[in-house]
Design a protein around this ligand. Structure first.
Ligand code: NAP
Length: 259
């Protein structure tokens, strides 16, 4: 399917690896010019080189912490006019509800709520003025079904979800859609780090922790960054202009719910 977005320009945050990279690759395959971001310059340059070689699109990289004001300013200054924004950042650490301090919550809110909000505030006015734009926020299944040990994620991402629900309806008339993609477990470094924690806590091997988790998912496997990226690229396509303010769960059927 031709996604109809060849020549558009996308900023994909936190995209040297994992789900962000999956989104970047799928957009590049659709002919979209990219601005990629991550903190580590080496992996970022390597990802950009691989994408340029595979898809022949221009790729600009900006190494910066997207959750800091200075990092965002650097990314936005380099990015220029952006038609497609994919927000993403690392997820908060696991823990116990009783242990998190105010500072822990502020850090999680900064990374997983206020950073995407700030990026939307910076880039959507330009999209609206040009009459076309797409925003996809990478959030989490934790928005629909809380994950006990990821209370910081449950809380911060719920805040972002509320902001998007209200804002998406205000900008849609100007041709800009905002939607959220909610990953369930996907085979990325983040999953390795979460599974390593489970393995340690339960005194089992990493392979065993992974096998148990996979067995709990109806498709009996983890999702892939490629599948995730394809869903993102579709939401960014010309065909998705009527999809507004939605929360789309990509979890292999893990959440047992009718709606
Ligand atoms: P990942 O494989 O660990 O990749 C994270 C990417 O983000 C890397 O490129 C990393 O590069 C970059 N990054 C992290 N913090 C950043 C920051 N502050 N500024 C700029 N770049 C940053 O993670 P993932 O699995 O793709 O997860 C992406 C998001 O989805 C996370 O918020 C995660 O919590 C959420 N999620 C993932 C899953 C899953 O199963 N994978 C499930 C639910 C939700 P640098 O480290 O070099 O910056």
């Amino acid at each position: 399917m031709d996604l109809g977005i060849r020549g558009k320009r996308a900023l994909v945050c936190a995209s040297s690896k994992g789900l962000g990279r999956g989104c970047a690759e799928a957009l590049a395959e659709a002919g979209v010019e990219l601005v990629l971001n991550a903190r580590g310059a080496e992996a970022l340059e390597a990802t950009a080189a691989a994408i340029r070689a595979a898809y022949g699109v221009p790729v600009l990289v900006v190494a910066a912490d997207i959750t800091s004001e200075a990092g965002r300013a650097k990314v936005l200054a380099a990015a220029g006019e952006i038609d497609i924004l994919v927000t993403n950042a690392g997820g908060p650490p696991p823990g116990l509800w009783s242990d998190w301090s105010r500072d822990d919550f502020i850090r999680a809110l900064d990374a997983n709520m206020l950073t995407p909000v700030a990026l939307m505030q910076a880039l959507m006015p330009g999209m609206m003025a040009r009459g076309w734009g797409r925003v996809v926020n990478i959030t989490s299944q934790s928005v629909k079904a809380p994950i006990a040990q990821l209370g910081l994620s449950n809380a911060a991402r719920a805040g972002l979800t509320g902001f998007v629900a209200g804002t998406a309806r205000q900008v849609a008339g100007a041709g800009v859609t905002i939607n959220n993609l909610l990953p369930g477990i996907h085979a990325t470094d983040r999953a390795i780090s979460l599974d390593t924690g489970v393995a340690k806590a339960q005194g089992i091997s990493l392979d065993e922790a992974r096998a148990r988790r996979a067995a709990s998912i109806p498709v009996h496997r983890y999702g892939t960054a490629e599948e995730f990226g394809a869903a993102c690229a579709f939401l960014c396509s010309q065909h998705a202009g009527f999809i507004v303010g939605q929360n789309i769960l990509l979890d292999g059927g893990a959440m047992n719910a009718t709606l």
